[in-house]
Design a protein around this ligand. Sequence first.
Ligand code: SAM
Length: 342
Amino acid sequence: MPQTILDRFARPLRSLRVSVTDRCNLRCQYCMPEPEYAWLPRETLLTLEETGTIVEAFAALGVDRVRITGGEPLLRRNLPVLIRQIAAMPAITDLALTTNGVLLAEQALALRQAGLHRITVSLDTLHRSRFEALTRFDHHAAVLAGIDAAGLAGFDALKIDTVVIRGVNDDELVGLIEYGRSVGAEVRFIEYMDVGGATRWTADAVVSQDEMLEVIAAHYGAVTPVGGRGSAPADRFALPDGTTFGIIASTTQPFCADCDRSRLTADGVWLMCLYARAGTDLRRPLRAGATEPDLVHLIRTVWSQRADRGAEERLALGRREPLIPLAALKKDAHLEMHTRGG
Ligand code: SAM
């Protein structure tokens, strides 16, 4: 029976985001806008087997939800091997993947067959030219094909994540809800966050949850909150016809008090918060011969000291700028959003 461990604010350790690569095949201007990046050294990347061993240790401590992310996780070779291993862990009741969808059409079936439960595809625009301006690649059609393929492969709880940026795609809220409805996916709008990597972030570019709701209600009529969010990041809402959508208001209405998430980078650094400056290296002890009980002990000790509430601390700042200056980001890949996963 898994244990439950609590941090210093009595938040349980329940959800783990596992980044399997820091590489990406897009260059989204809100995440990886720079021309050059320092990548994690190849020899430091966890093997799929090492990643599985670490996930086992988390599962023994009460983690029951795992999300595979990156970088772009579908760039990781043999990913279904890891999916199969995690899907077979009895403690894991929810196994999801976040992808930009570019390679999804060719991989959806294999992911399904490996036992993946759910897929979230990031899609910020319905316009091909806008997609290219935002990501620097002409892959819009591939992403749409990936979403279709996921449906055909049997993924029926599809989600679409959209980072809403003023002057970039804030005129597409209704269009994206309609598109989501047409493909059987729930859309979740994400407030633009000042995380590492978002070197072009400005407060003016953030479209708040309140503003989004106003625009959506002006088009559809009254929007009703759907309760029961629990520790999930999105507030969910229903349109008058029952169609639901979500908003992840991490910038203007942070939800640190309920945060049961932590993150594992592709090289085995465990981060307590998306805004954390540093993490705990799990790769070194593992490669030095730590057993699963050793890892369990280490994880329990670190989590019980956790007091992170990064998004709330950012909100409390009077004046906000990008979290990490570019020069500091260039020196430490672990500070980047694409290294720690979304
Ligand atoms: N490559 C995958 C993808 O595109 O979904 C997984 C990694 S990506 C870092 C995970 C999520 O983080 C994406 O939905 C992305 O839109 C989101 N993200 C990245 N930078 C962000 C920012 N500055 N503000 C809000 N969300 C961001």
